[in-house]
Design a binder for this molecule. Structure first.
Ligand SMILES: [Zn+2]
Ligand SMILES: [Zn+2]
Length: 367
């Protein structure tokens, strides 16, 4: 079958929206999903800075949501034709961490999600001239009208929900909300500092508000700070004396801090503002050394990395949908939709901070 997809052919070129060819239907354990909408995540755009680690040309996109149109497992599969699904990250299902309900720490996470995916997928998807495309990104490659996906990556959702808005629950929203709800297990009486009010940071703010924690959000962009305040956080700018202002707003020190910025100065401000036993979570990849000042890690304080919000997507995504339906997790307010053909405009708006979470909608004239 032939369908529309956004192909990245060079790390510094715009996306090319073009026709691609899928030569085979789903094998056992796979489903073919007609993509209704796909969120754009920072990790998609970071491929441009990945120094050649992600093979090109590639179809990016890993916050897809859509309708199952074919299944390699027949009627016995966990998802069947006609099911509405949200797609999340890929994992092997067999390693020690997968078996321990920690699929975000799958031994094969990097190879399955970032570096090219499962070998059996190679050569099934090509461009219109027959040129090879890199195997699927995050098990999905959802900046496209269709995606061939491992069935274990798909989470079934109620068909009455607005499917085109749900894709970001598979990565960015899950990452921020999961850090608060799964990793920190924040609740009433807890204090949380969120560094960066992008899609991940604002999802953390919303989850903390839903959980009853007191939250302070830090960002240099006044528009994003205003959003953080609307979702229940105390807004603070990134100007001098931040650690002191953080301590003042958290009754002398925060129990939790979540960094989404990878900024060493901001991270150190947050560390200085942690109370004894406080935990700093890092979700953004650090590109520089993180010098730790003496005293920041004493008295039971700790730092840990958090991948994909420590989530089992099949548990956390339905929980976030329940909170959203109860009016306590308004993640849809972060979204602006674009036709897939306008993916380069969406990237520019995202980079410039004009939109928090672009969602790309494939055109439906291709069937
Ligand atoms: Zn695994
Ligand atoms: Zn992502």
């Amino acid at each position: 079958m032939r369908f529309q997809a956004a192909v990245l052919r060079s790390y510094d070129a715009p996306f090319a929206v073009e026709e691609v060819v899928l030569s085979d239907g789903p094998a056992a354990g796979e489903i073919l999903v007609e993509i209704t909408g796909c969120g754009m995540c920072r990790t998609d755009l970071a491929v441009r800075r990945s120094a050649g680690r992600t093979p090109l040309p590639v179809i990016l996109g890993h916050e897809g949501a859509g309708v199952v149109v074919a299944s390699g497992d027949g009627p016995d599969g966990t998802t069947g034709v006609g099911d509405h699904v949200v797609l999340s990250f890929d994992s092997c299902g067999q390693c020690r961490n997968c078996r321990g309900a920690a699929p975000a720490y799958c031994d094969s996470f990097a190879s399955l999600n970032l570096l090219g995916g499962r070998e059996e997928h190679t050569r099934r998807l090509t461009d219109a001239m027959g040129g090879a495309l890199a195997p699927r990104w995050f098990g999905q490659s959802s900046f496209a009208a269709y995606a061939l996906v491992p069935a274990r990556n798909a989470v079934r959702v109620d068909p009455a929900l607005p499917l085109e808005l749900l894709g970001p629950l598979g990565c960015g929203v899950l990452t921020g909300a999961g850090a608060v709800l799964n990793t920190f297990r924040a609740g009433p009486g807890d204090t949380l500092v969120v560094l960066g009010a992008g899609a991940v940071g604002l999802s953390a703010v919303m989850a903390a508000a839903a959980a009853g924690a007191r939250t302070v959000a830090v960002d240099g962009n006044p528009g994003r700070l205003a959003l953080a305040e609307r979702f229940g956080a105390i807004p603070l700018t990134t100007t001098a004396g931040l650690d002191e202002r953080l301590r003042r707003q958290t009754d002398g020190g925060a129990q939790y801090a979540l960094d989404t910025t990878a900024s060493a100065p901001l991270i150190n401000d947050a560390l200085r503002a942690l109370r004894p036993t406080g935990v700093l979570g890092l979700v953004a990849r650090l590109h520089t050394a993180l010098p730790l000042e003496p005293g920041t890690l004493d008295r039971g304080r700790s730092i840990r990395h958090i991948c994909e919000g420590d989530a089992v997507p099949g548990l956390l995504i339905p929980r976030l949908i329940d909170l959203w339906q109860a009016g306590r997790f308004p993640f849809d307010a972060l979204i602006r939709t674009y036709p897939l053909a306008d993916i380069n405009e969406a990237e520019r708006d995202c980079d410039a901070g004009r939109v928090v979470k672009p969602v790309l909608l494939p055109e439906r004239g291709d069937r």
